[in-house]
Design a protein around this ligand. Structure first.
Ligand code: SAH
Length: 352
């Protein structure tokens, strides 16, 4: 019989499971708190449960934990990059960033990615598989345990397209923000998408208060199509309309992410057009000088070009921030640490 992944079950589901097996309902709360608040590493540490009950849990359920393969610590800013092994042997990466306002964790939503954005290292090997809810939660849990510091913000901006793993993502959001779990505020959770229109609209209707970030990167349909294959499926106009809907439905301002690439999308005209798109949306613009990736030949604009681009936006009343580069000395850009491992001799770390 296949074991059920207990860490992906909501409290209500867990209660239902236990009741149908003749167990007491309050056991569900105890087990849920051990998993999601006390971040227990296995059933054996759940000391207020009878031994026979713990043994029963072990036979019925799979207890998903992630194994830390490697941690790279930046000497520049305290950023830590974690490489985790999933129960089936695949590896994923997550990042801990330390800001003045608290600790932020960037998690992966898939092993690999099938969106194929031209500048992104995660796209190179394609999609391996979706991550389960438990595997997304575990990235936050293991980092909080390892660093012994509270995680206050989570961004789903690591490897993978979160809206391509929709059901597991929404379950992750609800469980991460649940009062019997880590209880992270929904406002401190950001979901970054390349722009899957129907799922943006669906997310808008979930009655959640999470921030949506759209990876825009270009101001015309033509240019966007050159950088991001997803633009062949959805027109720029449709994507922006979906963001407008998200803003109206949730009251949450959308962030537009814009990776600056020298000679590609960094001109004065690009800045003016970006201001025109962002203004009506009341969107905040996040500028990210493109991170060079070994396999790609995109180059960052010079600092003065980046500053001018930002000033151009601000002149037009757009709220813009330049993403501080963190962990530059530790393979900071998306997918780079994992990529290095996947490139190792076959079979060493990855099963595939
Ligand atoms: N699939 C989601 C989330 C993962 S990528 C998305 O597309 O939004 C997180 C952000 O990093 C996206 O804005 C992505 O376009 C950007 N990104 C990827 N590779 C990059 C690179 N080499 N330099 C700068 N930004 C990059």
């Amino acid at each position: 019989m296949e074991q059920i992944d207990i860490k992906s079950l909501t409290l209500e589901e867990l209660r239902g499971q236990f009741l149908s097996q003749g167990e007491k309902a309050f056991r569900a709360e105890q087990v849920y708190q051990w998993m999601h608040e006390k971040l227990a590493e296995d059933f054996t540490v759940m000391s207020n449960l009878p031994k026979t009950f713990r043994e029963w849990l072990e036979t019925e359920y799979e207890y998903v934990t992630l194994e830390i393969v490697e941690v790279q610590r930046s000497k520049l800013d305290g950023t830590c990059k974690y490489l985790f092994r999933l129960p089936d042997g695949h590896v994923i990466e997550s990042v801990l960033m330390r800001y003045h306002h608290g600790n932020s964790v960037c998690i992966s939503s898939q092993a690999g990615c099938r969106m194929g954005c031209r500048f992104c290292a995660s796209a190179i090997g394609g999609l391996v598989r979706n991550l389960r809810t438990s595997e997304m939660l575990e990235q936050v849990y293991r980092i909080q345990q390892d660093s012994k510091e509270r995680v206050s913000n989570v961004v789903v901006m690591g490897t993978g397209e979160p809206l391509d793993n929709y059901d597991n993502l929404v379950r992750f959001i609800r469980m991460l923000t649940h009062e019997k779990g880590l209880h992270i505020s929904q406002r401190n959770l950001t979901i970054s998408t390349c722009g899957i229109v129907p799922e943006i609209r669906r997310l808008a209707e979930e009655e959640l208060a999470v921030t949506l970030a759209l990876s825009l990167h270009a101001v015309t349909q033509e240019k966007r199509r050159e950088l991001m294959p997803i633009a062949n499926r959805y027109e720029l106009r449709e994507v922006l309309d979906a963001c407008g809907y998200y803003f109206r439905r949730t009251g949450r301002r959308v962030t537009l992410e814009y990776s600056l690439v020298a000679g590609v999308n960094d001109s004065d005209e690009d800045a003016a057009a970006l201001a025109e798109l962002a203004g009506p949306l009341h969107a905040h613009v996040n500028l990210i000088p493109v991170n060079p990736v070994t396999e790609r030949n995109f180059v960052q604009p010079r600092e003065k070009v980046v500053d001018k681009f930002k000033k151009n936006l601000e002149k037009n009343g757009i709220n813009a921030t330049l993403r501080r580069e963190m962990g530059r000395d530790i393979d900071g850009a998306c997918g780079q640490l994992r990529r290095k491992y996947v490139q190792q001799p076959a079979g060493k770390l990855m099963k595939s």
